[in-house]
Design a protein around this ligand. Sequence first.
Ligand code: RIB
Ligand code: CA
Length: 304
Amino acid sequence: MRHILIDTDTGSDDAVALVMALNNSKISIEAITIVAGNIPVEQGLQNALYTVDLCNKKTPVYLGEGKPLKRPLRTSEFFHGQDGLGDIGLDLKGRKATEGNAIDIIIEKVYQLGNNLEIVALGPLTNLAIAIKRDPRIISKIKNCFIMGGTAFGPGNITPFSEFNFWVDPEAAEIVLQSGMKITMIDWDATKKYAWFDSKTIKSINKINTPLSKFSMDIQNNPKKYKKKKYGNETIELADPLAMAIALDPSIVMESKKYNVKINLSNEEHRGENILNEKGKKNTTIILKASRKKFLDIFKKSLT
Ligand code: RIB
Ligand code: CA
């Protein structure tokens, strides 16, 4: 049995990734920890608790950091909706977090599981960076850290240079990437290539016709509206589900390569940008090619 801890900022794509994990019988989700990003951390907590309830699970969900290490918090309600899940009227309030703090739980779970804990990070890396700083001994114990973040080669999605998670908290991303932890980075380039959902793909998901397939597409309401307004078509990209799928089934990966990746912290316009270096200590495995078919198969299977 694999033991997974998911760190998330529970926006409309994170929630689908959570469903994929919650419905996977081959893994044990040790904890879900919440970080500020798409929406304030308190809303991210409610969205994760709602999703756990929807999947009829009792997975513990812990509140984490409410702001980046150094920068003011910048959220993305413009994309995910005010409530982070598409503003479709879901009851996203009043649920209680599990007693405890996200950072403490990350450290506790690493020690509890020895070298068997894998982390899937779907939001800004603030929680993980603080945990590493507080107890650097966990770095070598974490079996693998799958990170949705960055954009290795192509343009960003929040600025021309940067992907949202690394842009929100670039200092945290730099701490995690330079830590020496075993990192697999599923970036925005891979997301655009393999995790796009045009109207035909969305229709095929809706045909599954289960409460979870309905939920996973209904909460894309705002992203679809945003894309239509900005680009004239409703095709959306689901970054976190691709990262989760690769974490759940690494055979989806067809090609990857190790790089030395640094984060640009030096100027505001390029904050969060990935600086790749073929030389230097290779600290990150970047996904270069993946099977869209396998991704969609695992995606659809998790919604039945
Ligand atoms: O850039 C995409 C990432 O930023 C995803 O994790 C999405 O949920 C947002 O957090
Ligand atoms: Ca996310």
